[in-house]
Write a protein that binds this ligand. Structure first.
Ligand code: SF4
Ligand code: MG
Length: 330
C-alpha cells in the first residue's frame, strides 16, 4: 500500500538572508511535514536562528520563499501575517527577554488569543488549560514573569506559543539559557507536549544529544547552508558529511561503547566568518579530508535515497569519506 503524501506544514525554497555583507542564510531548502519534529543543528553563527526568524517573519528574507500550510508568506503585509501567525509560533532561548515584564503571566499567555479576538471567558478557559499542560498551577496567571524561575518562565513561553494550537512551533534553543538542572525537564515537557498535541516542530539547537531524543529528522547547517539532512537514524547511525561526523564525535552520548565507535574528528579552527565564506565547499578550511577541488567547486546537496548530503567525497550509495584516517590532525 502506498503511503499517502504527508502534508507540508512548512516549506523553504532557496531561503537567503543577508545582513549587509553577512551571508547569514545562503540558499536553504527545507520541508517540515505535519506532526514532524525536524532538528536544525549547527554551531553558533551557522544561521539557524535566522532561518527560524524568517519562518515566523520576524525578518523578511532577502530571497527565496517561505510557505506555511500551502500559503506563500514571504511578502505578506501585517494584517495577512497576523492570520498566518495563528498557525506558527516561536519560543526563544531566553524567556526573560521574550516575556514583557510589565504584563501578568495570564495576559502574556492570553495575548495571541486576544489578537485573534477570542472572547474573555474563552481566553481565561484556554489559558488555564494550557498552563496545566505545561505543568504550571493556575495561580501563576496572576504573577509577573520576574517572580518565576527560569524554568517556569520557559514554561510560560511554551504556554503562550501553544495557546493558539499552532500547526508549527519553532523552538530556538529553548533550553540553552536555563540551568543545566532544569534543561532536561523542559526538554521532556516539549517532547510530551509534541506527542500529545501533535504540532510540527522545527527544533533549533547546537546540542546533538537533545536532538537524538526528540527529532524525527535532522538538518545540519554550516555557514548558512544545509550540508546534510536525513532521518534521525540516518544521521546518527551513518553520518555522511565530515562536518556532521565531527559534531557527533564531540557530542556526549550515554553509551560509552557507542562513543568509542564514533570516529574522532577534531574541528581545528573556529567557524569562519559569514562575511566572506570560504570558496568551494565552505567547510574545506576545517575538513580533515578536503581535496583540491573542495576549495574551488561548491558541492550540491544530493538526495541519496532520502538522505541528503553536500560533499564531493560522499559516494552515490552514501558511503562517507574515511575521516578517521585523517583525524590525527587538528
Ligand atoms: Fe570536506 Fe570536500 Fe566534502 Fe567539503 S566537499 S566536506 S571539504 S571532503
Ligand atoms: Mg542562535
Amino acid at each position: 500500500t502506498a503511503t499517502p503524501e504527508r502534508e507540508e506544514v512548512l516549506r523553504l525554497d532557496g531561503l537567503v538572508m543577508h545582513f549587509g555583507p553577512v551571508r547569514a542564510v545562503d540558499g536553504v531548502d527545507l520541508i517540515v511535514h505535519r506532526g514532524e519534529v525536524v532538528a536544525l543543528v549547527g554551531e553558533s553563527g551557522s544561521g539557524k536562528s535566522t532561518v527560524g526568524r524568517c519562518i515566523v517573519r520576524l525578518t523578511e528574507p532577502t530571497d527565496g520563499t517561505v510557505t506555511l500550510g500551502g500559503t506563500d508568506v514571504t511578502h505578506l503585509g501585517r494584517r495577512a501575517l497576523r492570520a498566518v501567525r495563528e498557525d506558527v509560533s516561536i519560543v526563544f532561548q531566553d524567556p526573560a527577554g521574550s516575556l514583557d515584564p510589565r504584563m501578568l503571566v495570564g495576559d502574556v499567555v492570553a495575548e495571541p488569543l486576544r489578537l485573534q479576538k477570542v472572547g474573555r471567558d474563552e481566553r481565561r478557559r484556554r489559558v488555564d488549560e494550557v498552563l496545566g499542560k505545561v505543568g504550571l498551577r493556575p495561580e501563576v496567571a496572576g504573577r509577573y514573569p520576574h517572580e518565576l524561575s527560569g524554568g517556569q518562565r520557559q514554561r510560560v513561553s511554551l504556554a503562550r506559543a501553544l495557546v493558539s494550537t499552532p500547526a508549527l512551533l519553532v523552538a530556538d534553543e529553548p533550553t540553552s539559557a536555563l540551568d543545566v538542572s532544569v534543561q532536561a525537564s523542559v526538554l521532556n515537557l516539549l517532547a510530551d507536549l509534541q506527542r500529545d498535541l501533535g504540532f510540527a516542530c522545527l527544533f533549533i539547537t547546537h546540542d546533538l544529544s537533545a536532538v537524538e531524543y526528540l527529532a524525527d529528522s535532522v538538518a545540519v547547517m554550516y555557514l548558512g547552508q544545509v550540508v546534510e539532512h536525513g532521518t534521525r537514524e540516518q544521521v546518527f547511525a551513518r553520518p555522511s558529511h565530515p562536518y556532521t561526523q565531527s559534531l557527533l564525535a564531540a557530542a556526549p552520548v550515554a553509551d560509552p561503547v557507542a562513543q568509542r565507535a564514533r570516529p574522532r574528528v577534531v574541528l581545528g579552527d573556529d567557524l569562519p566568518s559569514a562575511i566572506d565564506p570560504p570558496s568551494g565547499c565552505r567547510f574545506h578550511t576545517r575538513c580533515p579530508v578536503a581535496v583540491e577541488r573542495c576549495s574551488t567547486q561548491e558541492p550540491v546537496l544530493r538526495d541519496l535515497g532520502g538522505h541528503k548530503v553536500a560533499c564531493h567525497l560522499v559516494a552515490d550509495d552514501g558511503t562517507p569519506p574515511d575521516v578517521t584516517a585523517a583525524s590525527t590532525m587538528s
